[in-house]
Write a protein that binds this ligand. Sequence first.
Ligand SMILES: C=CC1=C(C)c2cc3[nH]c(cc4nc(cc5[nH]c(cc1n2)c(C)c5CCC(=O)O)C(CCC(=O)O)=C4C)c(C)c3C=C
Ligand SMILES: [Fe+2]
Length: 515
Amino acid sequence: MDRAVHVLGGSPAQRVITHLQAGSTASVKTVVCKQNDFCRALTRKARIRGCRAAARATEDFRPKLADTRRASRIQLGSTRLKASAQEAPVGSQGILSDDGTCQVDDERVGVLLLNLGGPETLDDVQPFLYNLFADPDIIRLPSYIAFLQQPIARLISTLRAPKSAEGYKAIGGGSPLRRVTEEQATALQECLAELGQPAEVFIGMRYWNPFTEEAVQQIKQSRINKLVVLPLYPQFSISTSGSSLRLLEQLFKVDDYLLTMKHTVIPSWYQRPGYVQAMADMIEDERTKFPNPADAVIFFSAHGVPVSYVEEAGDPYRQEMEECVDLIMDELKLRGMDNRHTLAYQSRVGPVEWLKPYTDTTIELLGQTGVKSLLAVPISFVSEHIETLEEIDMEYRELAEESGITNWGRVPALGVNPVFIRDMADAVLESLPFVGSMSLPSETSLVPSGSVEDLLAAYDRERLELPPPVPVWEWGWTKSAETLNGRIAMVALSALLLLEAFSGEEGTIFRLFSN
Ligand SMILES: C=CC1=C(C)c2cc3[nH]c(cc4nc(cc5[nH]c(cc1n2)c(C)c5CCC(=O)O)C(CCC(=O)O)=C4C)c(C)c3C=C
Ligand SMILES: [Fe+2]
């Protein structure tokens, strides 16, 4: 079958040569290259192969590349070398024949699991926190004080580290996130193989080992040419999947191999039937452990985000979370369980307002209103971690008991639950037809104006055929007075933090961040 080939530049000679070496027929129409030797190599290779038309066509275009290191899009002439874009990954094997056709084969599928990462030892806690707070998607500073991001991250991570370390100590001295994510990767890889789709599964953590940068190197080494990016967060948030995708975008933008690799993103998957079913199964199991299961309040506790993310920046997190809870409750109702339920947000950090209701105040309130049985369901994450093992199992359980709740239960995180893993494998299989390389010339930013819609569009040209895009979030200043007030507060906060840091006294800000 003839397939259109689009070759993007970079490490150019090698690419074209690889492209010309094996395989069979496809046609090449457009070549985007960064450097002149790309064209030179193409010419040489075409000559060696006796492909005169191709040699002439590429030679003709060489002068256009002279004096420029910027990418250029070159139409190679429709009759000699035909190509339309976005179908053949660089690195795929192909041969260019005299009529300018070249076939592409050798599919190497990869799945990149994105996750947060967590400190593995107590010594890792402060540097892990530094990486987290240095992320502009976690602490969003106005552009004119963006240069303070790193000093602020250093300060807050130092202030918070003792409290965080206490939590990690209580759960065995480190986060289980890496181990669980590795188990999930292995299970997913095995499941995909069983389903007849061999794929290599990689892990890219945002703030700790194994870092996303390493995953990306492994993807290159494995010469993956079809990549499915799967953030391990069921619901999308700017602060989690958004941040990881933004980092990935930066890494892709500066790497020619990755820039042209076919890939797609599954931005969120809270609505997938397998995930909903797996959650309902786990809730059903734990519910039966209560003396009177029908009385247990099903208490969904999600990791919070600052309210400004949702109300100013358009983060779809709260909406996706509420829909997710509704879907799980619908499933439980279908199974004959009509328990009362509630959703609250935990783990707030720092002095700003976070999504409400807060988990702690809701537990107290439920206790005050006479609730005796409570089943906690961690909803925003699929692995055990500090927020489930320490915050829910220890802090909130204690608070529940103090509030008069006598029967406590907690649904485990999904981990390698087979229904869940199978659903993730299905999600990968379903996304494969949408895998396509990026269409944008490499000098253009892949995230043109920081909107998530554009970000996803850049990652997946077929996005519109996938479930509807998440709403746009805006960067920088907006005109609303509230935003302005928020920004001013942030500047004031930064100033206070610096003042406290220099004075060496523990003031309000210290207490806010270290609690
Ligand atoms: C959906 C999940 C998560 C969202 C949303 C999220 C936002 C978010 N988190 C912080 C600050 C911290 N998070 C920390 C740990 C942590 N966060 C998540 C998940 C989400 N975070 C997980 C799974 C973990 C635990 C990882 C582990 O080690 O087990 C921490 C460190 C722990 C602590 O000190 O409490 C901080 C700090 C912010 C500011 C934020 C949104 C802006
Ligand atoms: Fe967090």
